[in-house]
Design a protein around this ligand. Structure first.
Ligand code: ADP
Ligand code: MG
Length: 300
């Protein structure tokens, strides 16, 4: 008996993709992609999306580097990477004291996943950077082609702090693409204009290739009418830049970091894990179809 294309068959298919990543590899990008995950609002799912998308790509055969640029170090925690004071971190990398490879640690989530952790020292960087030469380009200068080739990574995801300060500006200067997570809640779109105009400023003065390539709707709660309103408003405004996959609100997603895990390890069959795998696949497929000069390709 064939199940046909029932919702059950669809769920089973999605679960299989999480549970058997070896059989469902994701395509590598045409060239290395650097994405900054930014939104100056706190609690919208930047860190959660960074670590789970990174883990999903890595589990499906893609080499990924996560750069934790939030002094809280939540991405480092979720990826099971040491970030006590004294650990070689993004702070020393930005000061030019150590090369990138010295700070890149292997994540417990996957052998394909590396993380440059953030220690609490980074909290001072926002102020210390002010008086430095090329203060907006410290991270970009560390992420050279050679340094990234040495780590053999196809994707770099930079997790930003919840502000538009110098750390976030450094992340925007270091990347060609911005991924904006938007929470499906009432005030979701508030402040977005400010983020977009900052991105425009960075593009005109510091990084001509910068563009918003990806919008990810997070913490979607299907029981509320509001979630659908936010979703359709975002889709209207951003068109295909917004991924088709929406991340549902799920307790498993929020529990996972407490075990120093991504939700893909913590509960691979959960809706949250499956959604992050689907979103990562959309990102990977887009990357596999990029033309040689990704900064100029604004197809979505
Ligand atoms: P940000 O990095 O933007 O500040 P986080 O990723 O830390 O946001 O998420 C904020 C809080 O919401 C965290 O406690 C996180 O566990 C929780 N959270 C994130 N995504 C989800 C989700 N899809 N379902 C339930 N809780 C979530
Ligand atoms: Mg965060």
């Amino acid at each position: 008996m064939s199940l046909g294309w029932t919702p059950i068959a669809e769920e089973a298919e999605r679960a299989a993709r999480v549970l058997h990543p070896d059989k469902h590899g994701m395509p590598r990008p045409t060239s290395r992609r650097i994405l900054t995950v930014a939104n100056q609002k706190g609690g919208v799912g930047k860190t959660t999306s960074t670590v789970n998308l990174a883990a999903a790509l890595a589990m499906h055969g893609i080499r990924v580097l996560v750069i934790d640029l939030d002094p809280q170090g939540n991405a480092s925690t979720a990826l099971g990477v040491e970030h006590r004071t004294g650990t070689p971190s993004v702070y020393e990398v930005m000061l030019g004291e150590i090369p990138l490879r010295e700070a890149a640690a292997q994540s417990s989530a996957s052998p394909n996943l590396l993380c440059v952790p953030a220690t609490i020292d980074l909290a001072g960087a926002e102020i210390e950077l002010v008086s430095m030469v090329a203060r907006e380009a410290r991270l970009s200068q560390a992420l050279t082609d050679e340094a990234l080739a040495e780590l053999d990574v196809d994707y770099v995801l930079i997790d930003c702090p919840p502000s538009l300060g110098l750390l976030t500006v450094n992340a925007l200067v270091a990347a060609a693409e911005v991924l904006i997570p938007i929470q499906c809640e009432y005030y979701a779109l508030e402040g977005l204009g400010q983020l977009l105009s900052n991105i425009d400023l960075v593009r005109s003065h510091l990084n001509t290739s910068l563009h918003v390539s990806t919008i990810l709707l997070t913490m979607y709660d299907g029981r509320t009418k509001l979630a659908d309103q936010v979703t359709s408003e975002v889709r209207q405004h951003f068109g295909p830049t917004a991924l088709r996959t929406v991340i549902p609100r799920s307790v498993k997603v929020s529990e996972a970091p407490g075990y120093s895990q991504t939700v893909l390890d913590y509960d691979p069959g959960s809706r949250g894990a499956m959604s992050y795998v689907d979103a990562a696949r959309e990102i990977a497929e887009y990357g596999a179809n990029l033309r040689a000069d990704p900064g100029r390709t604004n197809g979505r």
